[in-house]
Structures are given as structure tokens and as C-alpha cells.
Design a protein. Structure first.
Length: 213
């Protein structure tokens, strides 16, 4: 059976970002049921996905979170706490913090992962998919792809799930980056990526990988 050890899952994506669409498309192609959670009266920008995939649905954040096995938070750092409060009872759910950068000047929480854990009560919160741009994410299924991904957090269960989903999305490997103490390092990696992609004008098609001689 290869790396797929279980059947398709219900996966909620909470956020209305470019990364939300890329994740939704990739997970739907892998056979998962994707539930995009949006706020009431929020403009929907996923019409092209809804017309192409029968396994992508748009609904309220609360309904998406309730039905999901795994929840991806793709909101911006300044909005991620608000999204976490809208999830209702998700204490048994795997939650993935994909925020590209950590929020700044917040005395209550060290980082977004800590905020999500405190707000939701879920012990299965990890950081992943933050150190890659949406353009690179869109090209992971090329035959010569060698893009790597990284996951950090204390939950072994969540990490194992994310390793499988990363493979479903076309990544070569998803490396265990460490526990909660390594989340800030993963945030720093995202800043390094942003520096190369934007400030150094390398573009968002670049990606990170580990090579061994």
C-alpha cells in the first residue's frame, strides 16, 4: 500500500488565502474530502475549485471543523487567533498552523502554535507548510520534484498524519523538525524563505530541500 496507511479523510481548511486554494486542490486530488470554512458573508474565491472538484465544499467554519479529522488554519497571523476561537470543540482534532510568519508584540502567547493550543484545548497542534510559497506548492507533483517539508510540535500523532498528507500533496519528504521549542526555528526558516523569494527576488517558485552526499 505504500505510504498511504488509511483511507481518505475529511480535511477542513479555514482561511481565504492563496495557500488555502493550493492546499484544497492538492488534497482533493489525493482523494480527501475538503471542507473550506469561511466566515458568514465572506466573499468566496474558490468557485474554480468547486466547479472542478466534487469533493470540495464551502461551509461555515464551525461546520467544517466539526466534520473534519484534520483542520488547516491558513489565516494570516493577525487573524489566526480569531479563526481558532470559531472552531468550537476541537479538542480531539489534529490542527495545522500554516501561518507564514508569527504574530509580533503579543505578550499572551509565544507564537501562533501556542495560541492555537491554548484557545482550542487540542494537544494535537503542529506547525507545517509555512516555509514554502503557494507557487512552489502548486508544482509539487512534477516528476522531478524533490521539495521537502517540515513539521514541528509535541504531538507524535499529528506529525505522523502530516507526514502522510505531505506525501499526498506531492512533497518528497516531511521532516520532523522537533517539538514546541523548535517552532520558532521553523518560523525563522519561513523568514529566510521570504527573504530569498521577495527581498532577493528569487521568486516564490523556489523551495527548500535536504540533500545528502
Amino acid at each position: 500500500m505504500g505510504y498511504k496507511a488509511f483511507a481518505s479523510m475529511n480535511i477542513a481548511i479555514v482561511g481565504n488565502e492563496k495557500m488555502s486554494a493550493v492546499l484544497a486542490q492538492g488534497l482533493a486530488l489525493a482523494g480527501h474530502e475538503v471542507l473550506i470554512g469561511i466566515k458568514e458573508n465572506e466573499l468566496v474565491s474558490f468557485d474554480f475549485l468547486l466547479s472542478e472538484f466534487e469533493n470540495i465544499f464551502v461551509m461555515s467554519i464551525e461546520d467544517a471543523a466539526e466534520a473534519a479529522d484534520v483542520i488547516f488554519l491558513t489565516a494570516s497571523p493577525e487573524n489566526v487567533r480569531e479563526s481558532a476561537y470559531l472552531l468550537d470543540d476541537v479538542r480531539s482534532k489534529v490542527i495545522v498552523d500554516t501561518t507564514f510568519m508569527n504574530f509580533a508584540n503579543d505578550g499572551n502567547y509565544i507564537n501562533t502554535v501556542s495560541a492555537i493550543r491554548a484557545i482550542t484545548g487540542s494537544p494535537y497542534v503542529v506547525k507545517c507548510f509555512n516555509a514554502a510559497g503557494f507557487e512552489a506548492m502548486s508544482n509539487t507533483r512534477k516528476k522531478d520534484n524533490t521539495i521537502d517539508m517540515f513539521v514541528a510540535g509535541d504531538s507524535k500523532k499529528a506529525k505522523e498524519v502530516l507526514k502522510l498528507l505531505a506525501r499526498d500533496l506531492g512533497f518528497s519528504e516531511c521532516h520532523d523538525f522537533g517539538g514546541m521549542d523548535s517552532v520558532p526555528l521553523l518560523d525563522e526558516m519561513a523568514l529566510c524563505y521570504q527573504n530569498l523569494a521577495v527581498k532577493q527576488a528569487e521568486g516564490e517558485k523556489i523551495a527548500i530541500r535536504i540533500t545528502r552526499p
